[in-house]
Ligand binder design. Structure first.
Ligand SMILES: Cc1cc2nc3c(=O)[nH]c(=O)nc-3n(C[C@H](O)[C@H](O)[C@H](O)COP(=O)(O)O)c2cc1C
Length: 333
């Protein structure tokens, strides 16, 4: 069994199948953001228990070229890594899961919460929750096809309806899901809305598998309050970790007593390391968009960060973006 490289207090993590998740701090799947370059930055800072890809279409996954696809590129450093599947059709499961086995996935996550209309139109993401029979068949088939940890990520549903949510979660557990992440918002609620962490607490009481709370954790204090309110077995961090990639490190130390080395964060250096990784790993046409996405969040570390975000947003090349960022940081230090 492989374990995390840093010592942790006993009880500050758990095992699903053969995978130890310690500390129980998970990276949220985020389109355009949770790729190899960003995951590498996180691994170097420490404190992550489980990394994630962004959502991967089960339909196109089997034909993606893993040596150049920005969705599939991965280095050995990025461990453990969960691959998130966006699935609408049961028939797409076997080839997609087969591919994930070949790619060396450490866990497979089913996206059952995505509210995007284009995803729902094809019957995927949160749309699957509308049809318990189809959902049950799909999850049962996924379970049959893999011995890897199989997890799911959900939102709270269309409206606050305890019975419906209970049935949904129990169905998932009953069909063999090993861990459930609950993004504590209803389907139509925007990311700026206060998350309903107490509803994660309800789910936690209903299930025996680990339940992870997600949504609105931007600091160690948020994480502590979320754990207190929800009683969850761990946290999944999304935008908070893009803004402050060192949030995992801080949370691992403060919430789980992980023995990690002191960090001396130099934000410009971190930013330029990220650009270096983009240049090292991705083809030229795949770099700038990803830098813009990251900068949109990372710039929030600065009172005048909007200037950084705009400067990068308006850049025509990664070289130009780098120069503009240099100018911005020079004015800050
Ligand atoms: C830019 C962006 C892309 C996202 N992409 C995905 C995705 O691919 N799969 C998924 O399950 N959730 C996705 N999400 C939702 C996040 O995983 C997470 O549930 C949400 O951001 C709330 O967590 P946070 O408040 O910690 O950011 C995305 C969110 C954002 C902001």
């Amino acid at each position: 069994m492989k374990t995390a490289a840093w010592p942790v207090k006993s009880g500050s993590g758990f095992r699903i199948r053969k995978l130890t998740i310690s500390p129980p701090l998970l990276l949220a799947p985020m389109a355009g953001l949770t790729h190899s370059a960003f995951r590498t930055i996180l691994m170097r800072l420490g404190g992550v228990g489980l990394l994630s890809t962004e959502m991967l279409s089960a339909r196109t996954l089997p034909s993606e070229n893993s040596s150049i696809s920005p969705f599939l590129l991965r280095t050995r450093e990025e461990y453990p890594l969960s691959y998130q599947l966006l699935i609408a059709d049961k028939n797409q499961l076997a080839p997609a899961i087969d591919r994930l086995h070949q790619l060396g996935a450490d866990a497979i996550d089913l996206n059952l919460g995505c509210p995007a209309p284009r995803v729902r139109k094809f019957g995927g993401g949160s749309k699957l929750a509308d049809d318990p029979h189809r959902l049950q068949q799909l999850v049962a088939e996924a379970r049959r096809l893999t011995a890897l940890p199989l997890t799911a990520k959900i939102r709270l549903g269309e409206t606050l309806n305890e019975e419906r949510l209970y049935n949904f979660c129990r169905l998932l557990e009953g069909e063999g899901i090993d861990l459930l992440t609950v993004h504590a918002r209803l389907r139509k609620e925007p990311f700026c809305r206060k998350p309903r962490w107490q509803w994660v607490g309800k789910v936690k009481k209903w299930l025996t598998i680990p339940v992870i709370a997600n949504g609105g954790v931007f600091s160690v204090d948020d994480g502590r309050r979320c754990l207190e309110i929800s009683g969850a077995d761990g946290l999944m961090l999304g935008r908070g970790a893009i803004i402050c990639p060192w949030l995992f490190h801080e949370a691992a130390k403060a919430l789980y007593d992980c023995d990690l080395p002191e960090l001396d964060i130099d934000r410009p250096s971190l930013y330029f390391s990220f650009i270096d990784l983009l240049e090292e790993r991705f083809r030229p046409e795949r770099r700038l968009g990803r830098l813009k996405e990251f900068t949109h969040y990372f710039s929030r570390n600065y009172p005048f960060g909007l200037h950084l975000a705009m400067a990068v947003q308006n850049s025509k090349s990664i070289t130009e973006a780098r120069e503009r960022a240099l100018t911005f940081f020079a004015g800050k230090s």
